[in-house]
Ligand binder design. Structure first.
Ligand SMILES: Nc1nc2c(ncn2[C@@H]2O[C@H](COP(=O)(O)OP(=O)(O)O)[C@@H](O)[C@H]2O)c(=O)[nH]1
Ligand SMILES: [Mg+2]
Length: 327
């Protein structure tokens, strides 16, 4: 557990652009969320803004490969890029898929790139909270772009559209019919669509999305999501995709819609932080054992008393909090 002077030292190195200090601060906040206050107070003077891009889609569609190709292009434009790869479906804890590691190594050696992978669940305060904190650290570090790669839509613990300013939904040839896409809510969340693995076909998928976008209300904000096709291995089409991303960025900035996304991002974070605190209160009030005992007593005394039992616990919460207030 680093002591106070360690944090100060780390922050100093961080401010000098040391990537190792960045890595260590991320780990620190991941393991000890309560240290965030102490770390973030050092950045209160900083008003640097990063542009946050979300890349989402089913496992295996090529999100990591695409992230790498997009990053390469942005690097050529002299940008600094922070990547967060979220894959809660990975069976490995504490690290990302080996494949991702290999794929990313090439760009991670570049001085203007930093990559963090979150593969397991069980981060204190949840994976979304870890991601939110990393985006804040990346912003303080001076990243121009943050790319968040995450699996799935609608069912994952962490949903990238709560956080990103431009969301790219990645699909592949043979992905399935339009109904499946609509079910997944995909057509509502994308700002840019990409049919990756175009070497395997996919014109029909692209046409399908185009048709669905024409029928949807997705264009209400004055932005018609474009549909790109890429081969993220060769980099074919990635130029156009990045063009779409930058167009959307410009649209967001000119129309001031970006303010809405920023509000959403911080509202989301505020809720997360409140949930985290409430969870701590709950834990201090009743532990797992006591809940089991209570269940046993309800089985004994009658299951219809369950609401009364919960009501009693809740009354205690109020009592505790009032007591604290009047201290
Ligand atoms: N044929 C083809 N394969 C690709 C393409 N992009 C990625 N892949 C492959 O698809 C697999 C999954 O890619 P990955 O980036 O890990 O997907 P992720 O799970 O969405 O991050 C890997 O074997 C990639 O090499 C592409 O454009 N064409
Ligand atoms: Mg991946």
């Amino acid at each position: 557990m680093p002591k106070k002077y360690d944090i100060e030292q780390l922050v100093q190195k961080f401010k000098d652009g040391d990537k190792i200090a960045l890595a260590r601060l991320i780990t620190l906040i991941e393991n000890e969320p309560e240290k965030a206050t102490e770390v973030f107070k050092n950045f209160q003077e900083s008003n640097h803004e990063s542009y946050i891009i979300g890349i989402t889609g089913s496992p295996g569609v090529g999100k990591s490969t695409l992230t790498k190709s997009i990053t390469k292009l942005l690097l050529e434009q002299g940008k600094k890029i922070g990547i967060i790869s979220v894959d809660p479906t990975s069976p490995f804890s504490g690290g990302a898929f080996l494949g991702d590691r290999v794929r990313m190594t090439e760009i991670s050696l570049h001085p203007n790139v930093f990559i963090r992978s979150l593969a397991s669940r069980g981060y204190r305060g949840g994976i979304s909270r870890a991601v939110l904190d990393i985006t804040l650290l990346y912003e303080a570090f001076g990243m121009d772009f943050i790319i968040i790669e995450t699996v799935g839509v609608g069912q994952s613990e962490f949903e990238v559209y709560n956080l990103a300013y431009t969301v790219i939904v990645v699909l592949v040839p043979g992905y399935g019919d339009a109904i499946q896409m609509q079910k997944a809510g995909i057509i509502e969340i994308g700002d840019v669509y990409d049919v990756n693995k175009k070497d395997l076909g996919g014109e029909d998928v692209a046409a399908h999305i185009d048709m669905m976008l024409d029928d949807s209300s997705a264009t209400q904000s004055g932005w018609r999501p474009p549909v790109a096709m890429t081969n993220s291995i060769t980099g074919e089409g990635v130029d156009e995709l990045v063009g779409h991303i930058l167009d959307h960025k410009e649209h967001m900035e000119l129309s001031e819609l970006i303010e809405e996304r920023k509000k959403n991002r911080f509202a989301y974070k505020i809720r997360e932080l409140l949930y985290y605190r409430i969870d701590r209160i709950l834990e201090s009030l009743i532990n797992k054992n006591e809940i089991e005992q209570l269940s046993a007593s309800i089985i004994r005394d009658g299951k219809f008393k369950i609401y009364d039992a919960v009501h009693d616990i809740f009354s205690n919460v109020k009592f505790e909090m009032k007591k604290k207030d009047s201290d």
